[in-house]
Design a protein around this ligand. Structure first.
Ligand code: PLP
Length: 392
């Protein structure tokens, strides 16, 4: 029997007067045009879609929602948080330029700054973002951009955002803010005066640890165009399915964030009374080193991220994670469930013990991304783990 060749012709989508309430998922890689004139016209005014690497509806829908949260315009979605940072560097910098970064940036960002950009002839310096004077001291005549995170990982210190914004304005240097930990619910970099805002959408915005995506927006549309061109050319494009998942996750972002923050506040309080806990680091606690800055930057908000230190060392840390087996011991953040990370064995394992000690990261140091589970249950689990660690 002859195979009917009509199978490869796409059937027209069934019409319906009633429309779906859910954003459709559009995985099409390519879009067909009526004729060359129409295609030409579409390229001329950069409207619609032609090829998914250049843009697709699910990315556009998601970007528009994050734009709304960030008070941004024309932001776009990238294949990961690191892609967003790559699109920024590749789109805005050239050999001979210099970049200043916070000295406790996300691990891969630090690697990009210290190893990859120098290979491309772009020099970099790291400086302490809790002190705007340290940032200004690192700025050179050829400095084009400063990149900071508002909350440092994993020591949860706060950048001197007001000082850094003023310094970058004065020096005519672009300021990019990775707003992943803070999210627009706590802090809006563009509104505060930064030039560029970046997200690992993978984390709190998507919120379910099932999509890897990034977002970036600039105040100046020319910068956005340059970064978007890099995103398309270097192939940093996101998957439609991930964008679809992230949009669904975003529907509950504000509710999740508020619940997680509320849980974090309760957990920080409870931790300080548990056995074998040397210190708790949470910006919402009056004892936090940057508590006044937290209030100035975030008002009553303090986020879902906290760190704590056990009085014991690695043995205590092992006992803690084994006992807290219901809490994922996994190097991520922003999931609906609480996750625990241990910098000495993961993000900061390449450092010498002395270098870690200088940063305040001991073998008993944990970072917690607090989730939205029942607070009493979470506190009870952590309490049992703290007791196990204290016995170890
Ligand atoms: C996770 C993370 C990134 C990288 O994002 P990916 O989506 O994993 O590529 C960048 N910055 C911060 C602060 C992060 O937490």
């Amino acid at each position: 029997m002859k195979t009917p060749t009509s199978l490869v012709r796409r059937t027209a989508w069934p019409t319906s007067t009633s429309a779906p309430v859910v954003t459709p998922l559009q995985p099409s890689v390519v879009y067909a045009s009526p004729d060359p004139d129409a295609l030409d016209a579409q390229y001329d005014d950069a409207s619609g879609f032609t090829y998914a690497r250049e843009g697709h509806p699910n990315a556009e829908v998601l970007a528009a929602k994050i734009d709304m949260l960030e008070g941004a315009q024309g932001g776009f979605i990238t294949g990961s948080g690191m892609s967003a940072i790559s699109a920024m560097f590749l789109g805005l910098l050239k050999a001979g330029d210099h970049v200043v970064g916070g000295d406790q940036l996300y691990g891969r960002t630090l690697r990009m700054m210290t190893q990859d950009l120098p290979r491309l002839g772009i020099t970099t310096s790291l400086a302490d973002p809790t002190d705007a004077a340290a940032i200004v001291a690192a700025i050179r005549p050829e400095t084009r951009l400063v990149l900071v995170e508002v909350i440092s990982n994993p020591t949860i210190r706060l950048a001197d955002m007001e000082g850094i914004i003023a310094v970058c304005r004065e020096k005519g240097v672009l300021l990019a803010v990775d707003n992943t930990f803070t999210t627009p619910r706590m802090y809006q970099p563009l509104t505060a005066g930064a030039d560029i805002v970046i997200h690992s959408v993978t984390k709190l915005l998507a919120g379910h640890s099932d999509a890897t995506l990034g977002y970036i927006a600039a105040r100046d549309p020319d910068l956005t165009s340059a970064m978007m061109a890099a995103n398309v050319t270097w192939g940093l494009t996101p998957s439609p399915f991930d964008c679809w998942l992230a949009e669904r996750g975003l529907h509950s972002f504000d509710l999740r964030f508020d619940r997680a923050e509320d849980n974090a506040r309760k957990l920080a309080q409870a931790l300080s009374d548990m056995p074998g806990i040397a210190r708790v680091i949470y910006p919402g606690s009056a004892s936090h080193l940057d508590h006044n800055r937290a209030q100035a930057l975030f008002g009553a908000r303090a986020g879902n991220m906290l760190s704590f230190e056990l009085t014991g060392g690695r043995e205590a840390a092992n006992a803690f994670t084994r006992s807290a087996s219901q809490i994922a011991f996994a190097p991520t953040l922003g999931d609906v469930g609480t996750t625990l990370s241990h910098p000495a064995s993961s993000s900061h394992r390449a450092l010498t013990p002395d270098a870690r000690t200088a940063m305040g990261i001991s073998e008993g140091f944990f970072r917690v991304s607090v989730g939205i589970e029942d607070a009493d249950m979470l506190i009870a689990e952590i309490d049992i783990a703290a007791q196990a660690a204290a016995r170890a």
